[in-house]
Structure formats: structure tokens, C-alpha cells
Ligand binder design. Structure first.
Ligand SMILES: [Zn+2]
Length: 384
């Protein structure tokens, strides 16, 4: 992921952070962390990175999917700041030589989501990454709210209206796969369908969905959890990720025996996602019979203005635009899956059948001035 620097507001945050640190002599570091987090939530950041360097330490926010430097602070303040973060997350403050993961529960009064915290030792001191879980928890309640283009939305509606079969959502991390599936699950729960999920980790609590977190330490792998949950006979099942042969085989089998199975694949395109499942060793005949539809998604930053303004905090971008390509697995394409064809061959077949690729959709968005060519290259280059 590339890093950008905000053209405005940077010194402003450092000043706010330091002013508050100096202004409250009883808890200066606590006040500085509060200031950072308040700013991160207010700006809609998904992650906060606190990274040590030889002379300073750098604070970056992930804004609209891109790491953006927001402050450089004196190096001497880093240990206390990281210490404060570790206290909040219930980590061992006296251990600075090992990686630690923890969480800060959602503040029930502040209305903010949970924080997932990871601390790792580096050459220049401990680095902390805080993930702000508000987005998934407050994600779209309806399929319309995903902002997908009309044709993709219609395909998604049709896919989740089905009573059985496998529907795959492809894309790199942060491309909006889970957001789309969560929106689908919320819609399916509202229709009264029995929904269950297996996730690693569970990103947000979904009302009405029986969510099981994978726990490898306890032997609860995707495959083991999937087998157990199928005995509860859910109508709709979300399998967080299929990345081994056993899980893939059970998910496909479930899709063939009266369950609607939604899953994700770390793949750059819809055709690549199908090939990935075949590569895992799923029987082409079973996959060709179970697979209904494949979506591949990217989020590109939406163009705001050329010179940078208050609204986009000088970045030129505000909000994100989903690009979605989708494949109905039927006709020649189904024949291709049944024959176990490669990603390149499946892609060619899909294009002949009228597939509008992510690249083509992105180019149309550039032509319409909704995003920029470098931003499109960034988003497509981040492919699986
Ligand atoms: Zn602007």
C-alpha cells in the first residue's frame, strides 16, 4: 500500500495532540492517546499506525483505504504512548520484546466501536496498530446502501434470493467483501432466513446471525466449525474464507445439499477466484454444479477536487466508489468450470459472454471524472 501525506491538517493534529498532552499534567499521555483516537474516529479512519523511526515517531491513519501520515511527534514520547495503548488493550506493559494482540471493548457511552490492537517490536521500538471496528458494526443495512452499480446490485439480489448453491466474493483485503456479505446477511435475516457464519475473526456482531469464530488453538478450524454448524441445518451460511481443500469441499457439498453458501476468495478477478477453488482441489464437477455467481470487487477513492479542500482534507478524494465485476456461472462458463479450465481460459470465456471487467468499469469511472487514473492503477495494482 502506498503512503500519502496530507497537505493540510498534519501539524494541526500534532499540535492538538501535544497541546492536550501538555495541558493535562496528571495524565498527559492518556490525553494524547484520547486526542489521537478522537481524531481517528472523527475522520472515519479504519486503522491507526504508530510507527517508530530513529528521530521521531510517525502516526498514520488509513483513510479511504490509504495510509496517510497525520503527525510526526518527538521520539521520546513513543514509549509512554505505546504503554498507554497497551494498558487500554490489556497487554503486558513490561514485555516489549514480543508481539501482542488485544482489544479495547466498545465504549458503551461514547457510541464508538471496538478497537483491535496489535503491538510488535521493531528496530527502533514498539510499533502499534489499532483497528477501529466501527465501520463493520455500522455497515450498510440494505443492499442498496452498498452503492453498487445497478447491474451488479441486481445480480447480487438474484444470487442471494437462491435457496442453494455457492456464491463467491473475490478481492484483496480491504476491498469490501465482508461489508457486502454482511449487508446480504442483514437482508436475509430480515426475510426470516436462518443464517450462520464462521469467521476469523468475527468483524462485527450481526443481529440474527449465529456467528462462530474460528479458534485454531481449540481445534475449531474452518472445516471443523463448518461440519458442526451444518448439523444445525442453517439455510444460509457465510464461510469467512475458503483456503484449504477440506473447507472448500465441505462448502461446495453444503451448496449442493440445500444451503446457500456465501464465501470469499483472495483473488484478483472473478475468473481467478474460480480457478483458485479448482487449484485447492475441489472436484470440477462438484464446483460446476454448486457455483452460482462470482463477484470481484475493488474500492477506489472518489474524486473530490483538484486542489484539495476542507472536505477532502487536502487529499483530493472523499469517500469510496465500489467497482464490481460479476459472473453468472452458466452456459459456456459452467462448461468451462466443469472441465476444470484455467483462470485465463475462464476469463476469456467470461469476456465472450459479455463480462465487463473491473478494469473496464474503472476506466469508465475515470472517464466520468469520478476517480483518477493513478487511483485506479493503485486499486487494481493492489489485486490479490
Ligand atoms: Zn476536495
Amino acid at each position: 500500500m502506498p503512503t500519502t501525506t496530507l497537505r493540510t491538517s498534519t501539524d494541526d493534529l500534532a499540535a492538538a495532540c501535544l497541546a492536550r498532552a501538555d495541558g493535562d499534567p496528571s495524565h498527559p499521555t492518556a490525553a494524547a492517546v484520547d486526542a489521537l483516537l478522537a481524531r481517528a474516529w472523527a475522520w472515519g479512519a479504519s486503522d491507526v499506525h504508530v510507527s517508530p523511526a530513529p528521530e521521531v515517531f510517525v502516526v498514520r491513519f488509513r483513510l479511504d483505504g490509504v495510509l496517510t501520515e497525520v503527525a510526526r511527534l518527538p521520539r521520546a514520547r513513543l514509549p509512554l504512548l505505546v504503554q498507554r495503548i497497551k494498558v487500554l488493550a490489556g497487554l503486558l506493559t513490561y514485555r516489549t520484546d514480543c508481539a501482542q494482540d488485544g482489544r479495547v471493548p466498545a465504549d458503551p457511552t461514547g457510541g464508538r466501536g471496538e478497537l483491535r490492537v496489535s503491538v510488535v517490536p521493531t528496530l527502533h521500538g514498539e510499533k502499534a496498530v489499532l483497528r477501529l471496528m466501527g465501520d463493520a458494526a455500522n455497515g450498510p443495512r440494505t443492499l442498496e446502501a452498498l452503492g453498487w452499480p445497478d447491474d451488479a446490485l441486481a445480480a447480487l439480489r438474484e444470487a442471494v434470493a437462491g435457496r442453494q448453491g455457492l456464491v463467491v466474493f473475490a478481492g484483496p483485503a480491504g476491498a469490501g467483501k465482508t461489508t457486502a456479505i454482511y449487508a446480504a446477511l442483514r437482508a436475509l435475516v430480515a426475510e426470516g432466513r436462518a443464517c450462520a457464519s464462521i469467521e476469523e475473526p468475527v468483524e462485527a456482531a450481526l443481529e440474527g446471525v449465529d456467528q462462530t469464530p474460528v479458534d485454531r488453538g481449540a481445534g475449531l478450524t474452518f472445516a471443523a466449525a463448518l461440519r458442526a454448524i451444518l448439523r444445525h441445518d442453517p439455510e444460509v451460511l457465510f464461510v469467512g474464507e475458503v483456503r484449504d481443500r477440506e473447507t472448500a469441499a465441505i462448502a461446495v457439498e453444503a451448496g449442493l445439499t440445500g444451503h446457500l453458501v456465501l464465501t470469499t476468495a483472495h483473488a484478483g478477478s472473478a475468473a481467478e477466484a474460480v480457478a483458485r477453488l479448482l487449484d485447492l482441489g475441489v472436484e470440477p464437477f462438484a464446483l460446476g454444479s454448486a457455483l452460482r455467481r462470482v463477484f470481484a470487487q475493488r474500492l477506489v477513492r472518489r474524486r473530490c477536487c483538484d486542489a484539495g479542500c476542507e472536505r477532502c482534507r487536502g487529499t483530493g478524494f472523499a469517500g469510496r466508489l465500489p467497482l464490481v465485476e460479476h459472473l453468472a456461472v452458466d452456459g459456456p462458463l459452467r462448461a468451462g468450470v466443469l472441465a476444470g479450465r484455467s483462470a485465463v481460459e475462464l476469463d476469456a470465456t467470461a469476456r465472450e459472454a459479455g463480462l465487463v471487467t473491473l478494469a473496464a468499469r474503472g476506466q469508465a469511472a475515470v472517464d466520468a471524472g469520478r476517480t483518477t487514473a493513478p487511483e485506479l492503477a493503485r486499486a487494481l495494482g493492489a489485486g490479490a
